[in-house]
Unconditional design. Structure first.
Lengths: 99, 107
């Protein structure tokens, strides 16, 4: 139970931070800036899209990746992926300005 | 017009989100905890909705002061730390054995 809360909070934190400065965020801000009168509908459309795409990601991760790849391998690969993304973000290759 | 804005935003954001780092992060979290997929989805959906609320309210002002470049650097450092921790924790063979025998004891 305690582990579930930790997982929930860490997933929330990682996804929140990851979305900050992302190209979807910049797009939403541009749309909101372009249509100030329809800000609620921009937010609604954007939030619905993100919730829907995150369901796809969760299903691919838990049903496909986790089924065919050993847990120890996914852990190592995910560590490596975060390191690579971190370096790319620091170098400015990944993120809103880059990819 | 409201519906049009809503639908076009939906389509644009869905396309933008494909191959994004948020998508990769969520996928990684779900593949590491396949039994907790609904928990991960709930957390991701909440985080993304919060992000959208922040974006359309204070985000525009915040981005002007900080700029996406600095935000991306901060995210980069945090991702590096998370990645390094994940690698160190899972490279240790002893811990891996403990986890394989009883996942609850290792957690």
């Amino acid at each position: 139970m305690k582990r579930d809360w930790r997982l929930l909070l860490s997933a929330l934190g990682v996804v929140f931070l990851s979305e900050m400065g992302d190209k979807t965020q910049v797009t939403t801000m541009l749309l909101a800036g372009a249509k100030p009168a329809y800000i609620f509908f921009v937010a609604l459309g954007s939030a619905t899209a993100l919730v829907a795409t995150s369901l796809i990601e969760v299903m691919v991760g838990s049903r496909i990746v986790a089924r065919f790849i050993k847990p120890s391998t996914t852990k190592l690969a995910s560590g490596a992926a975060f390191v690579v993304m971190g370096i790319l973000l620091l170098l400015g290759i990944l993120g809103a300005g880059g990819l | 017009m409201e519906l049009f804005t809503c639908v076009t935003t939906f389509l644009l954001i869905t396309l933008c989100e494909l191959g994004d780092k948020t998508q990769l992060a969520t996928l990684i979290l779900a593949s590491n905890n396949p039994d907790k997929r609904w928990l991960i989805w709930g957390a991701a959906a909440t985080a993304l909705t919060l992000c959208v609320i922040v974006e359309v309210t204070v985000g525009t002002a915040l981005a002007r002061y900080l700029g996406p470049a600095l935000i991306n650097r901060i995210t980069g450092v945090v991702f590096l730390v998370i990645g390094a921790f994940t690698l160190v924790r899972n490279l240790g063979s002893r811990r891996e054995v403990v986890e394989r025998i009883s996942p609850d004891a290792a957690a």
